[in-house]
Design a protein around this ligand. Structure first.
Ligand SMILES: [Zn+2]
Length: 321
């Protein structure tokens, strides 16, 4: 082999190496990018990971993913079947005024969604009692009037429920009430792998009669609770390192300290009365009015009737406790 030929041969070898290198590096990158684009078009899982202090973020320039075929001005509501792990799947609706509830919501306490590891964080979670989790409706009660539908209730932090989802639910409800128009509406809980608690929910909405002029959004709300570390695998939660829980919160003179149980169900079982912190009325547990009290306004009280009256609470006229 002449020197020239050897050089040529090596050059050829190098080209082959270069080609293989390209194949091994570029093709996986290309496939990865395609996959990311695919995810981005569908559930936008790729962007759900990092909470940076905003309760929700905009996806896809706020453009929802409804297809021409999906958009309709006829009201309907569909709640996806629970998956093999018992987790909620997307809830999808064309919300019209005809689907909106005319009655107050009733109890949803019998539904235990996946990832439901309830704990109280006085001074950290801004509600009373300071439970970290709410049963979050995928499609809000005020939109379709679904109560204890297990296909529409997920474990969501108080923060996601109130700071994340509520403002968007209000936009949709207010628009429908004002116009009588329809809104395409889809809420997709985003679970990673086999996690029982979702990382958050994607919310999409599009007003039909005015082609999105009135309502048009595509957002992701984070299932986080500032100050608390959450394990998404099972929903378990602990106070963040460096955070301190406050003294147990009080409402009026009622200390909630005696109600340190783990779930609403247990609380209810152990309580003597249920107090409405909003109306300052108290009830027997079985009173029908109790079902009408918003979960966040309920105080499960263990103690005597006299104690309550002393503290300024008024017995309900319906159940006469
Ligand atoms: Zn009552």
């Amino acid at each position: 082999m002449s020197l020239f030929n050897k050089y040529d041969y090596n050059k050829h070898k190098n080209r082959e190496k270069l080609f293989l290198l390209c194949a091994f590096i570029l093709i996986p990158i290309y496939i990865g990018l395609c996959f990311l684009l695919f995810l981005n078009k569908r559930d936008v899982v790729a962007v759900t990971m990092d909470y940076k202090g905003e309760a929700s973020i905009v996806l896809n320039n706020n453009q929802p993913g409804f297809t021409e075929e999906e958009i309709t001005d006829v009201s309907f509501e569909e709640y996806g079947k629970l998956d093999e792990l018992g987790r909620c799947t997307p809830a999808f609706a064309c919300v019209g005024a005809d689907l909106m509830p005319t009655e107050d919501r009733s109890s949803i306490g019998e539904v235990i969604p996946t990832g439901w590891v309830q704990n109280r964080y006085p001074g950290v979670v801004d509600s009373e009692p300071p439970f970290i989790y709410n049963r979050c409706h995928l499609i809000a009660y005020k939109l379709t009037g679904e109560n204890a539908n297990s296909q529409n209730l997920i474990t969501g932090t108080r923060y996601m429920n109130v700071e994340g989802m509520l403002p968007y639910e209000d936009i949709v409800a207010d628009y429908i009430k004002a116009t009588g128009n329809h809104v395409m509406y889809r809420v997709t809980p985003v679970f990673e792998e086999n996690n029982l608690l979702c990382r958050g929910v994607q919310m999409e909405a599009y007003s039909v009669e005015d082609n999105g002029e009135g309502v048009c959004f595509n957002v992701f709300c984070f299932n986080v609770q500032p100050g608390i570390d959450i394990s998404y695998a099972d929903g378990s939660n602990v106070l963040e390192a460096g955070m301190e829980a406050a003294e147990d919160a009080t409402v009026g003179n009622i200390t909630t300290e005696k109600f340190a149980f783990h779930t609403d169900e247990e609380l209810l079982q152990n309580a003597d009365y249920v107090v409405n912190r909003n109306t300052l009325k108290f009830h027997y547990k079985y009173c029908e009015s109790v079902d009408e009290i918003y979960e966040t306004n309920k105080i499960y009280y263990k103690g005597s009737r006299e104690e309550l009256i002393e503290q300024g609470y008024v017995p309900c006229k319906r159940c006469n406790p």
